[in-house]
Design a protein. Structure first.
Length: 314
Protein backbone atom coordinates (compact mmCIF):
# COMPACT_ATOMS: atom_id res chain seq x y z
CA UNK A 1 0.00 0.00 0.00
CA UNK A 2 1.32 3.48 -0.99
CA UNK A 3 1.32 5.40 2.31
CA UNK A 4 1.89 8.79 0.67
CA UNK A 5 -1.06 8.30 -1.70
CA UNK A 6 -3.26 7.23 1.22
CA UNK A 7 -2.22 10.28 3.26
CA UNK A 8 -2.89 12.51 0.26
CA UNK A 9 -6.37 11.01 -0.16
CA UNK A 10 -7.11 11.51 3.54
CA UNK A 11 -5.89 15.08 3.40
CA UNK A 12 -7.93 15.79 0.25
CA UNK A 13 -11.02 14.25 1.83
CA UNK A 14 -10.63 16.43 4.94
CA UNK A 15 -10.20 19.54 2.78
CA UNK A 16 -13.37 18.64 0.87
CA UNK A 17 -15.26 18.11 4.13
CA UNK A 18 -14.05 21.51 5.39
CA UNK A 19 -15.16 23.15 2.13
CA UNK A 20 -18.58 21.47 2.34
CA UNK A 21 -18.93 22.56 5.96
CA UNK A 22 -18.07 26.16 5.03
CA UNK A 23 -20.59 26.03 2.18
CA UNK A 24 -23.30 24.72 4.51
CA UNK A 25 -22.52 27.44 7.04
CA UNK A 26 -22.74 30.10 4.32
CA UNK A 27 -26.05 28.66 3.14
CA UNK A 28 -27.39 28.64 6.72
CA UNK A 29 -26.27 32.25 7.21
CA UNK A 30 -28.02 33.31 4.00
CA UNK A 31 -31.18 31.51 5.13
CA UNK A 32 -31.07 33.35 8.47
CA UNK A 33 -30.62 36.64 6.63
CA UNK A 34 -33.55 35.94 4.30
CA UNK A 35 -35.72 34.92 7.26
CA UNK A 36 -34.87 38.16 9.04
CA UNK A 37 -35.74 40.20 5.92
CA UNK A 38 -39.03 38.32 5.51
CA UNK A 39 -39.90 38.99 9.14
CA UNK A 40 -39.21 42.71 8.69
CA UNK A 41 -41.29 42.85 5.50
CA UNK A 42 -44.17 40.98 7.13
CA UNK A 43 -44.05 43.33 10.14
CA UNK A 44 -44.07 46.33 7.83
CA UNK A 45 -47.03 44.93 5.86
CA UNK A 46 -48.95 44.24 9.08
CA UNK A 47 -48.30 47.79 10.33
CA UNK A 48 -49.44 49.25 6.98
CA UNK A 49 -52.66 47.24 7.03
CA UNK A 50 -53.27 48.21 10.67
CA UNK A 51 -52.72 51.93 9.90
CA UNK A 52 -55.01 51.81 6.86
CA UNK A 53 -57.74 50.07 8.83
CA UNK A 54 -57.40 52.58 11.64
CA UNK A 55 -57.58 55.49 9.20
CA UNK A 56 -60.62 53.96 7.49
CA UNK A 57 -62.35 53.44 10.84
CA UNK A 58 -61.65 57.03 11.87
CA UNK A 59 -62.94 58.28 8.52
CA UNK A 60 -66.18 56.29 8.91
CA UNK A 61 -66.53 57.49 12.48
CA UNK A 62 -65.94 61.20 11.72
CA UNK A 63 -67.30 61.73 8.18
CA UNK A 64 -69.77 58.94 7.51
CA UNK A 65 -72.03 58.96 10.51
CA UNK A 66 -75.42 57.32 10.11
CA UNK A 67 -77.31 60.53 10.83
CA UNK A 68 -75.54 62.35 7.92
CA UNK A 69 -76.84 59.97 5.28
CA UNK A 70 -79.70 60.97 3.00
CA UNK A 71 -81.66 57.82 3.66
CA UNK A 72 -81.26 58.06 7.45
CA UNK A 73 -84.85 59.23 7.82
CA UNK A 74 -85.99 55.82 6.50
CA UNK A 75 -84.05 53.97 9.21
CA UNK A 76 -84.17 56.50 12.04
CA UNK A 77 -85.20 54.68 15.26
CA UNK A 78 -86.59 58.01 16.61
CA UNK A 79 -88.61 58.69 13.46
CA UNK A 80 -91.99 58.28 15.15
CA UNK A 81 -91.02 60.65 17.95
CA UNK A 82 -89.75 63.28 15.49
CA UNK A 83 -92.63 62.93 13.03
CA UNK A 84 -95.39 65.53 12.90
CA UNK A 85 -99.02 64.73 13.69
CA UNK A 86 -101.21 63.27 10.98
CA UNK A 87 -102.98 66.63 10.47
CA UNK A 88 -101.85 70.14 11.31
CA UNK A 89 -104.37 72.37 9.52
CA UNK A 90 -106.83 72.38 6.65
CA UNK A 91 -104.04 73.40 4.25
CA UNK A 92 -101.77 70.50 5.30
CA UNK A 93 -100.16 69.13 2.07
CA UNK A 94 -100.30 65.61 3.52
CA UNK A 95 -104.05 65.53 3.40
CA UNK A 96 -105.47 63.12 0.83
CA UNK A 97 -107.97 63.86 -1.94
CA UNK A 98 -110.77 62.24 0.01
CA UNK A 99 -110.16 64.74 2.77
CA UNK A 100 -111.22 67.63 0.44
CA UNK A 101 -108.32 69.74 1.73
CA UNK A 102 -106.25 69.85 -1.47
CA UNK A 103 -107.12 69.15 -5.10
CA UNK A 104 -105.14 68.15 -8.18
CA UNK A 105 -103.29 71.01 -9.84
CA UNK A 106 -102.95 73.11 -6.71
CA UNK A 107 -99.33 73.64 -5.65
CA UNK A 108 -99.49 76.49 -3.18
CA UNK A 109 -96.01 75.82 -1.70
CA UNK A 110 -94.15 75.51 -5.01
CA UNK A 111 -91.82 78.51 -4.52
CA UNK A 112 -90.99 77.60 -0.93
CA UNK A 113 -90.51 73.96 -1.85
CA UNK A 114 -88.17 74.72 -4.79
CA UNK A 115 -86.18 77.12 -2.63
CA UNK A 116 -85.86 74.50 0.07
CA UNK A 117 -84.79 71.82 -2.44
CA UNK A 118 -82.13 74.10 -3.99
CA UNK A 119 -80.79 74.94 -0.54
CA UNK A 120 -80.75 71.27 0.37
CA UNK A 121 -78.90 70.36 -2.86
CA UNK A 122 -76.37 73.13 -2.22
CA UNK A 123 -75.77 71.86 1.33
CA UNK A 124 -75.37 68.29 0.08
CA UNK A 125 -72.91 69.41 -2.58
CA UNK A 126 -70.88 71.43 -0.06
CA UNK A 127 -70.89 68.51 2.37
CA UNK A 128 -69.71 66.10 -0.35
CA UNK A 129 -66.92 68.48 -1.36
CA UNK A 130 -65.89 68.85 2.27
CA UNK A 131 -65.91 65.07 2.76
CA UNK A 132 -63.88 64.58 -0.41
CA UNK A 133 -61.29 67.16 0.66
CA UNK A 134 -61.02 65.56 4.10
CA UNK A 135 -60.62 62.10 2.54
CA UNK A 136 -57.87 63.41 0.25
CA UNK A 137 -56.12 65.01 3.20
CA UNK A 138 -56.32 61.78 5.22
CA UNK A 139 -55.02 59.78 2.27
CA UNK A 140 -52.13 62.21 1.80
CA UNK A 141 -51.32 62.01 5.50
CA UNK A 142 -51.42 58.20 5.38
CA UNK A 143 -49.15 58.18 2.30
CA UNK A 144 -46.68 60.52 4.00
CA UNK A 145 -46.61 58.33 7.10
CA UNK A 146 -46.13 55.23 4.96
CA UNK A 147 -43.25 56.85 3.03
CA UNK A 148 -41.53 57.88 6.27
CA UNK A 149 -41.96 54.43 7.73
CA UNK A 150 -40.63 52.79 4.55
CA UNK A 151 -37.59 55.07 4.46
CA UNK A 152 -36.85 54.36 8.13
CA UNK A 153 -37.26 50.62 7.59
CA UNK A 154 -34.97 50.67 4.53
CA UNK A 155 -32.38 52.57 6.56
CA UNK A 156 -32.52 49.95 9.31
CA UNK A 157 -32.21 47.13 6.77
CA UNK A 158 -29.17 48.79 5.15
CA UNK A 159 -27.62 49.26 8.59
CA UNK A 160 -28.21 45.57 9.40
CA UNK A 161 -26.66 44.53 6.08
CA UNK A 162 -23.60 46.71 6.72
CA UNK A 163 -23.14 45.18 10.18
CA UNK A 164 -23.54 41.68 8.78
CA UNK A 165 -20.94 42.35 6.06
CA UNK A 166 -18.49 43.67 8.63
CA UNK A 167 -19.04 40.66 10.90
CA UNK A 168 -18.70 38.36 7.87
CA UNK A 169 -15.33 39.90 6.97
CA UNK A 170 -14.14 39.46 10.53
CA UNK A 171 -15.33 35.86 10.58
CA UNK A 172 -13.67 35.13 7.21
CA UNK A 173 -10.35 36.55 8.44
CA UNK A 174 -10.52 34.54 11.65
CA UNK A 175 -11.51 31.43 9.69
CA UNK A 176 -8.56 31.79 7.32
CA UNK A 177 -6.13 32.14 10.24
CA UNK A 178 -7.70 29.18 12.01
CA UNK A 179 -7.59 27.04 8.85
CA UNK A 180 -3.93 27.91 8.31
CA UNK A 181 -3.09 26.88 11.86
CA UNK A 182 -5.19 23.73 11.50
CA UNK A 183 -3.40 22.76 8.26
CA UNK A 184 0.00 23.16 9.94
CA UNK A 185 -1.11 21.12 12.94
CA UNK A 186 -2.64 18.51 10.66
CA UNK A 187 0.60 18.15 8.67
CA UNK A 188 2.60 17.72 11.85
CA UNK A 189 0.06 15.27 13.22
CA UNK A 190 0.06 13.27 9.99
CA UNK A 191 3.84 12.99 10.08
CA UNK A 192 3.73 11.75 13.69
CA UNK A 193 0.94 9.32 12.88
CA UNK A 194 2.80 8.03 9.85
CA UNK A 195 5.95 7.35 11.87
CA UNK A 196 3.93 5.74 14.66
CA UNK A 197 2.00 3.60 12.16
CA UNK A 198 5.22 2.35 10.58
CA UNK A 199 6.54 1.42 14.02
CA UNK A 200 3.26 -0.26 14.99
CA UNK A 201 3.21 -2.23 11.72
CA UNK A 202 6.76 -3.50 12.30
CA UNK A 203 5.87 -4.51 15.87
CA UNK A 204 2.75 -6.28 14.69
CA UNK A 205 4.64 -8.18 11.98
CA UNK A 206 7.26 -9.26 14.49
CA UNK A 207 4.58 -10.36 16.98
CA UNK A 208 2.72 -12.36 14.35
CA UNK A 209 5.85 -14.10 13.13
CA UNK A 210 6.83 -15.08 16.67
CA UNK A 211 3.33 -15.71 18.08
CA UNK A 212 1.18 -18.82 18.32
CA UNK A 213 -1.28 -17.77 15.61
CA UNK A 214 0.89 -18.52 12.61
CA UNK A 215 2.56 -21.44 14.35
CA UNK A 216 -0.96 -22.95 14.95
CA UNK A 217 -0.19 -24.15 18.45
CA UNK A 218 -3.27 -26.11 19.64
CA UNK A 219 -2.59 -25.22 23.30
CA UNK A 220 -3.42 -21.58 22.64
CA UNK A 221 -7.13 -22.40 22.34
CA UNK A 222 -7.32 -23.79 25.91
CA UNK A 223 -9.15 -21.32 28.16
CA UNK A 224 -8.30 -20.34 31.74
CA UNK A 225 -11.15 -22.50 33.15
CA UNK A 226 -9.79 -25.81 31.95
CA UNK A 227 -9.30 -28.02 28.95
CA UNK A 228 -13.00 -28.08 28.03
CA UNK A 229 -13.21 -24.29 27.96
CA UNK A 230 -12.22 -23.21 24.41
CA UNK A 231 -11.26 -19.75 23.22
CA UNK A 232 -13.19 -19.32 19.97
CA UNK A 233 -10.88 -16.74 18.41
CA UNK A 234 -7.89 -19.13 18.78
CA UNK A 235 -9.56 -22.48 18.12
CA UNK A 236 -8.20 -24.36 15.09
CA UNK A 237 -10.85 -27.07 14.95
CA UNK A 238 -11.69 -30.40 16.65
CA UNK A 239 -9.45 -33.44 16.67
CA UNK A 240 -10.46 -36.94 15.56
CA UNK A 241 -11.53 -38.09 19.04
CA UNK A 242 -13.90 -35.14 19.42
CA UNK A 243 -15.32 -35.72 15.95
CA UNK A 244 -15.88 -39.46 16.69
CA UNK A 245 -17.61 -38.58 19.99
CA UNK A 246 -19.93 -36.15 18.17
CA UNK A 247 -20.79 -38.73 15.49
CA UNK A 248 -21.48 -41.38 18.15
CA UNK A 249 -23.75 -38.95 19.98
CA UNK A 250 -25.59 -38.18 16.73
CA UNK A 251 -26.14 -41.91 16.11
CA UNK A 252 -27.54 -42.32 19.62
CA UNK A 253 -29.86 -39.37 19.00
CA UNK A 254 -31.05 -40.97 15.73
CA UNK A 255 -31.75 -44.30 17.48
CA UNK A 256 -33.60 -42.50 20.26
CA UNK A 257 -35.65 -40.68 17.64
CA UNK A 258 -36.54 -44.00 15.97
CA UNK A 259 -37.61 -45.50 19.31
CA UNK A 260 -39.80 -42.48 20.02
CA UNK A 261 -41.43 -42.77 16.60
CA UNK A 262 -42.10 -46.52 17.13
CA UNK A 263 -43.65 -45.82 20.53
CA UNK A 264 -45.79 -43.09 19.02
CA UNK A 265 -46.92 -45.45 16.24
CA UNK A 266 -47.86 -48.12 18.80
CA UNK A 267 -49.82 -45.53 20.82
CA UNK A 268 -51.68 -44.44 17.68
CA UNK A 269 -52.48 -48.09 16.82
CA UNK A 270 -53.78 -48.71 20.34
CA UNK A 271 -55.95 -45.58 20.13
CA UNK A 272 -57.31 -46.73 16.74
CA UNK A 273 -58.13 -50.20 18.14
CA UNK A 274 -59.93 -48.68 21.13
CA UNK A 275 -61.93 -46.29 18.89
CA UNK A 276 -62.90 -49.25 16.65
CA UNK A 277 -64.07 -51.31 19.63
CA UNK A 278 -66.05 -48.36 20.97
CA UNK A 279 -67.71 -47.85 17.59
CA UNK A 280 -68.57 -51.58 17.34
CA UNK A 281 -70.06 -51.60 20.85
CA UNK A 282 -72.08 -48.46 20.01
CA UNK A 283 -73.41 -50.14 16.83
CA UNK A 284 -74.40 -53.31 18.75
CA UNK A 285 -76.16 -51.22 21.39
CA UNK A 286 -78.09 -49.30 18.73
CA UNK A 287 -79.19 -52.55 17.04
CA UNK A 288 -80.28 -53.95 20.40
CA UNK A 289 -82.31 -50.78 21.02
CA UNK A 290 -83.93 -51.10 17.59
CA UNK A 291 -84.93 -54.75 18.25
CA UNK A 292 -86.37 -53.80 21.63
CA UNK A 293 -88.33 -50.97 20.05
CA UNK A 294 -89.76 -53.31 17.39
CA UNK A 295 -90.81 -55.88 20.05
CA UNK A 296 -92.41 -53.13 22.16
CA UNK A 297 -94.24 -51.75 19.13
CA UNK A 298 -95.47 -55.25 18.14
CA UNK A 299 -96.74 -55.90 21.66
CA UNK A 300 -98.39 -52.49 21.72
CA UNK A 301 -100.09 -53.19 18.37
CA UNK A 302 -101.33 -56.53 19.68
CA UNK A 303 -102.75 -54.92 22.85
CA UNK A 304 -104.40 -52.18 20.77
CA UNK A 305 -105.96 -54.81 18.47
CA UNK A 306 -107.40 -56.73 21.43
CA UNK A 307 -108.80 -53.53 22.94
CA UNK A 308 -110.33 -52.68 19.58
CA UNK A 309 -111.98 -56.11 19.34
CA UNK A 310 -113.38 -55.76 22.84
CA UNK A 311 -114.76 -52.29 22.06
CA UNK A 312 -116.36 -53.60 18.85
CA UNK A 313 -117.91 -56.56 20.76
CA UNK A 314 -119.44 -54.18 23.34
Amino acid sequence: IDKDALDAQVKEKKIQEAAEKAQHEKFAHDMKKNDKLMCLLEERQKNEIKDMNRALTEFHKNFQKPETRREFDLNDPQALKKDRPARISDSDPRCTISGMQKFMGEDLNYDQRMKFQKEQLREWSLQQQKDWKNALADQKLADDLYDKFRIELDRKIMEEQRKEEESRRVVCTATKDFNRIQVAELDHKNELEKAQKIKDDMDEITFLLQGDLLSENPDQAIGPLGKHHVLVDRWKGMNQEQLMAIRQFQKEQALEKLREREQERQRDAEWDRQRLQTARAQLLWERQQQRQNRVQRRDLDFVNAELSQEQKAK
